[in-house]
Design a protein around this ligand. Structure first.
Ligand code: PMP
Ligand code: GLN
Length: 400
């Protein structure tokens, strides 16, 4: 293989996805629902594929995004970013949020640049930055010291520590809001602090917001792109897989200013060219419908999903407390971190040098038929100790 792949061989989803299948475990690990996407989106997909309305919907469409899709995305995101978005130049579509992250990192970051990554991070950020020849600089959000159940708001970024990771070489910061795995929804002041550093060090912000609609209680999701001086330097990512509970559809988008979107489009046009047309047509029609019912919180999927997920979140948290784990109640997303350090379970040595959470999770899957994810996978080598006393649960499949 190519030298640039050295050190990126392991993948947590590959290992634990397989283990869950092999042991027929209850899978509260990898994040995906066990229910269907909204029926209207499925119906539209069927129509797009059967060609009854337009036979061309099974052929190639525009490279940077099917026109109907980018048009509705512009309508959806204009008010949220405070911009009048140009669908052709401010939006680009790729193969899931993964594809858009890849286009952003490969299209915008040079070898030798530095990229600040907030930990715990969605695991692919680290290999993507390294494969681009850049150097990741990590800074964790840390839980405050406190007895009992925490909120994801108790996980904080230290402004001094964060700034210490910025330098003249910094090209970008990657944030995930709401955060996977912690569930933190960054407050306005926290985003302003990050924005201040982006402006001071003249770098861009890659803001992964795939869980933007899954926000609980009175929390409010704010796009960092909407803060003063940030539109010009931010790429905001979204995912149809998360928005419509259709993770297998693998369709994502990036929203940003022309000068950042253009290089991403250049990369996409040559490496991927275009995404499946029927999926884009169905997601476009689906979003058109959701926009038309946006004032009705129960009818609009963008708001109703979180209402359905909240009791699942609370039920999982209650069960975890009962078995002696200490959960962090997430403000957003569909994951929950649980501190396992009070369990005092003697885990047999599995012959690996992996962190404790990896051993615990393998044991839990093999012995108890329950699959979860080891959060140290979301930390760089030096910080694995910050993740290894937790496990990550996905609560979208929890029954209430
Ligand atoms: N970012 C985060 C934070 C995620 O959890 C995921 C997983 N779905 C992705 C990006 C990738 O999304 P997609 O499935 O649309 O590629
Ligand atoms: N984003 C999902 C998660 O965090 C799944 C990622 C993957 O399977 N690659 O669970």
């Amino acid at each position: 293989g190519a030298d640039r792949l050295k050190g990126t061989e392991k993948n947590v989803w590959v290992e634990f996805g397989k283990l869950a299948v092999d042991y027929k475990a209850l899978n509260l690990g990898q994040g995906f629902p066990d229910f269907k996407p909204p029926q209207h989106v499925i119906d539209k997909m069927v129509h797009a594929v059967d060609g009854s309305e337009n036979a061309l919907l099974s052929q190639y469409t525009r490279s940077y995004g099917h026109p109907r899709l980018v048009n509705v995305l512009a309508k959806l995101y204009s008010p949220l970013t405070g911009q009048t978005l140009d669908p052709m130049n401010n939006i680009t579509v790729s193969v899931g949020a993964y594809g858009v992250l890849f286009c952003a990192v490969q299209g915008l970051v040079n070898p030798g640049d530095e990229v600040v990554i907030v930990e715990p991070y969605f695991d692919c950020y680290e290999p993507m930055v390294k494969v681009a020849g850049a150097t990741p600089k990590y800074v964790p959000i840390r839980p405050i010291k406190k007895e009992g159940v925490l909120s994801s708001d108790d996980w904080k970024l230290d402004p001094v520590e964060l700034e210490s990771k910025f330098s003249a070489k910094t090209k970008a910061i990657m944030i995930n809001n709401p955060n996977n795995p912690v569930g933190k929804v960054f407050k306005k002041e926290e985003l302003e602090m990050i924005a201040g550093l982006c402006k001071k060090y003249d770098c861009i912000c890659i803001s992964d917001e795939v869980y933007e609609w899954m926000i609980y209680d009175d929390n409010k999701h704010i796009k960092i792109a909407s803060l003063p001086g940030m539109w010009e330097r931010t790429i905001t990512l979204g995912s149809a897989g998360k928005t419509f509970s259709a993770t297998g559809w693998k369709l994502g988008w990036g929203v940003g200013p022309d000068h950042l979107i253009k290089p991403m489009q250049i990369l996409h046009q040559n490496c991927i060219y275009t995404c499946p047309t029927p999926i884009q047509e169905a997601v476009a029609e689906g979003l058109e419908y959701e926009l038309s019912v946006q004032d009705n919180k129960e009818e609009c999927y963008l708001t109703s999903l979180a209402l359905e997920l909240k009791p699942k979140r609370d039920a999982l948290a209650k069960s975890l407390v009962e078995i002696g784990m200490i959960p962090t109640i997430p403000e957003g997303g569909y994951f929950m971190m649980a501190d396992i350090s009070k369990l005092n379970i003697d885990i047999p040595d599995d012959g690996t040098k992996d962190p404790y959470d990896f051993k615990f999770v393998r044991w839990l899957c093999k012995e108890k038929r329950l699959s979860v994810i080891p959060p140290s996978a979301f930390y760089n080598q030096e910080h694995k100790n910050l993740g290894e006393k937790f496990v990550r649960f996905c609560f979208i499949k929890v029954r209430t």
